[in-house]
Design a protein around this ligand. Sequence first.
Ligand code: NAG
Ligand code: NAG
Length: 346
Amino acid sequence: MDRLRCFGPSYSTLGFSSLLLPLFFFISNAAFNNLSTIPFNSAYSPLFGDGNLVRAPNGKGVRLLLDRFTGSGFISSNLYKHGFFSANIKLPSDYTAGICVAFYTSNGDIFEKSHDELDFEFLGNIEGKPWRFQTNLYGNGSTSRGREERYRLWFDPTKQFHRYSILWTAKNIIFYIDEVPIREVVRNDAMGGDYPSKPMSLYATIWDASNWATSGGKYKVNYKYAPFVAEFKDLALDGCPVDPIEQVPAASVCAEKDAHLDVQDYSVVTPERRRAMHKFRQNYMYYSYCYDMLRYPVSPPECVIIPSEKQRFKDTGRLKFGGSHRRQSRRRSRASATSSSSGASV
Ligand SMILES: *[C@@H]1O[C@H](CO)[C@@H](O)[C@H](O)[C@H]1NC(C)=O
Ligand SMILES: *[C@@H]1O[C@H](CO)[C@@H](O)[C@H](O)[C@H]1NC(C)=O
């Protein structure tokens, strides 16, 4: 089920221990103020691999399984024009090479040539090596202009649930892990249609990416360890629901909800959160399209070039030191309607 691409894995030789730096500089893992969660059945439905989607008895979440027959996924029953999309997620543990878990918003099923999309994509690893992840965005079918950033995590995402959130408003986009804003894209007129603007659904999927995510077939999904289980719970979804038939609503329809979103806790990047974001990016980001001068000799308009950050990166957008990430040319197109070029190699 090639609903999406994941980035290729980066099987660096970085030791696991070096990746789990102390957390002292991060703000608490507490949930956002006043976050109200929605039972799975009231806002989401299975997307594929229904037999591998296992609802929690309390109705608050699901487990998405990948076995040798299929992965699985779910989708929000509505499309939303702006919103806050969030879940507590626990990723599969042990040997997870070749596995992609994605949490993203998209409208690729409706707008085949001009879709919008906001992504969290997680890629598993061989035993003892940590998960990596990527964020990305597309607007109005800007699939030839990937905006990927890649990062390590400051914790082991297989041990506990952590909250992963995407905030999308008319003004900005913020990707959060727990309460740490890890990336903010402020809307900029020069972005034009590249800034997502049409209603999107929320998707979550787990699937086998080993046919492309590996180097010479070395790191395929190993079904000896199946089923692989990604858990999603305490789903939160707040936004302006939009009738898919109407597709593009009048701006006024969502004005009230937009105003509501603007005053929520998660819409406010406090100085403390901004500091945590800078620290995260200084310590855990290992690729940014903004610093990839080979790909973008002129940085895309929304890029905020921070000199102390930039000096850590080569002209390839990859780290100068500490990242023994092999250069891998690995492209993957979506086979589905959302087909797009996958951006840069890992
Ligand atoms: C939480 O919600 C209550 C009631 O809706 C409201 O009075 C309060 O100000 C909210 N707190 C925050 C921090 O937003
Ligand atoms: C989106 O792309 C289409 C062409 O695919 C173009 O006609 C339209 O003007 C674009 N919209 C925006 C907002 O840039």
